[in-house]
Design a binder for this molecule. Structure first.
Ligand SMILES: Cc1ncc(COP(=O)(O)O)c(C=O)c1O
Length: 388
């Protein structure tokens, strides 16, 4: 695999130590080229809607391949949060039911469930060590009222993976729905929905799928489609075909027997055109190769941080590692500011510096980053202030 050539697709690497994919991507050349061609065509001619639809369906096919879903199980959304809200609003839940959440969920996998409390549905927290949901931790809060477990396959911080396959199997036996926030997994790690056995899985395009903001995807397991009814409906999800071209329309709420019934109105055609190119790029690289490279960089980074005396709070070894590595510092906010001033882009999350790796990063980026962070640490410990 020629990772140097992959890096060449990412101009951001010429100027920055870019470790912020878990927040948002720096667009690759293929995205800027795709966007420019799309905009120019729309400017010249208004664009070609039939072509946009064809590309959108190609994106659906390619994305389904990426996560081993079938076409009918994929709906396009705006982002992960919309997918999670679809799950919360459309799963067959009733007053008295309980939803279990990990304390380390992103806020948007919390609010959509808290919003159900007015319907008498309770939220309960799974007690975890650093975000790690185990079957034992589920046992601790399990009772007959539990109907949903909604958790991240990879937490946004500290970036541990959860064993979704084991959790969904545990849930299935108890007639509990499994909803997965997979935005910190899809695009950097292998995700196979059939193997995971989950009911709903949500992600966004603007992180490791290298899209502009405003593209998301929700997977809904085929067997769940008849049990989940959309709150919002529009023509895209109906079987009305080309009737709009005629004056004589017969209205019938004839919903698609697919996840498409959750799609509303016109699409983010531009974003989906980029999504298609990004997913093709990843499929060409092969997600196994991508994951191996990400985990190779993860090991290298953790070893360097530990060597430099930074406490890493993410898993250090083993299969629960991801593209995210978080570490503590005496004053994480001050260090974050220093890093940003020096063109090393990370995010502050849960009082730690969150580094997120992408396929464009290399060992030299990591060396330069750790050297910079060490310079700050050294200066703060000797003079009490950031280096000049
Ligand atoms: C784990 C996780 N879930 C959900 C979100 C929210 O994503 P979006 O804004 O695309 O809905 C994020 C974004 O940072 C995230 O890291």
């Amino acid at each position: 695999m020629d990772w140097q050539q992959v890096r060449g697709q990412f101009p951001v690497t010429n100027e920055y130590l870019y470790f912020d994919l878990a927040n948002k991507c720096a667009l690759p050349l293929w995205a800027t080229e795709t966007i420019a061609a799309y905009i120019q065509k729309q400017q010249r001619s208004g664009g070609d809607k039939a072509e946009w639809f064809a590309t959108l369906e190609e994106a659906r096919t390619n994305f389904a391949r990426l996560i081993n879903a079938t076409l009918d199980e994929i709906a396009f959304t705006k982002n992960t949060s919309e997918g999670l809200n679809i799950a919360a609003a459309c799963l067959p839940l009733k007053a008295g039911d309980t939803v279990l959440l990990n304390e380390y969920e992103h806020p948007n996998n919390v609010y959509c469930w808290l919003n159900l409390e007015r319907k008498g549905i309770k939220v309960k927290w799974i007690p975890t060590q650093g975000g790690q949901v185990t079957l034992d931790s589920l046992d601790e809060v399990m009772d007959d009222s539990v109907r949903v477990v909604s958790i991240a396959s990879t937490t946004y911080a500290p970036g541990n993976q959860n064993d979704i396959r084991a959790i969904s199997e545990y849930c299935r036996k108890r007639n509990i729905f499994t909803v997965v926030d997979a935005v910190q997994s899809v695009g950097t790690l292998q995700v196979d929905v059939k193997e995971l056995g989950v009911d709903v899985l949500c992600t966004s395009g603007h992180k490791s799928l290298f899209c502009p903001h405003g593209v998301g995807i929700v997977y809904i397991r085929k067997e769940m489609l008849d049990r989940m009814h959309p709150v919002y409906v529009a023509r895209a999800g109906m079987g009305m075909g080309a009737q709009i071209e005629y004056s004589n329309i017969t209205y019938k709420l004839d919903q698609a027997h697919s996840a498409r019934k959750f799609e509303i109105g016109n699409y983010n055609y531009l974003g989906l055109t980029v999504l298609n190119e990004s997913v093709k790029f990843l499929l060409n690289l092969g997600m196994e190769n991508v994951e191996n490279r990400i985990l190779e960089l993860n090991s290298y980074l953790i070893a360097k941080l530990v060597q430099a005396g930074f406490p890493v709070v993410s898993p250090h070894t083993g299969p629960l590692r991801s593209a995210i590595v978080c570490f503590e510092a005496a004053d994480a906010r001050a260090l974050h500011g220093f890093l940003m001033e020096n063109k090393a882009i990370t995010t502050l999350r849960r009082d730690t510096i969150r580094i997120s790796l992408g396929i464009y990063n290399n060992e030299s980026d990591i060396d330069a980053f750790v050297e910079l962070a060490s310079r700050w640490k050294q200066s703060v410990s000797t003079s009490g202030s950031s280096p000049q």
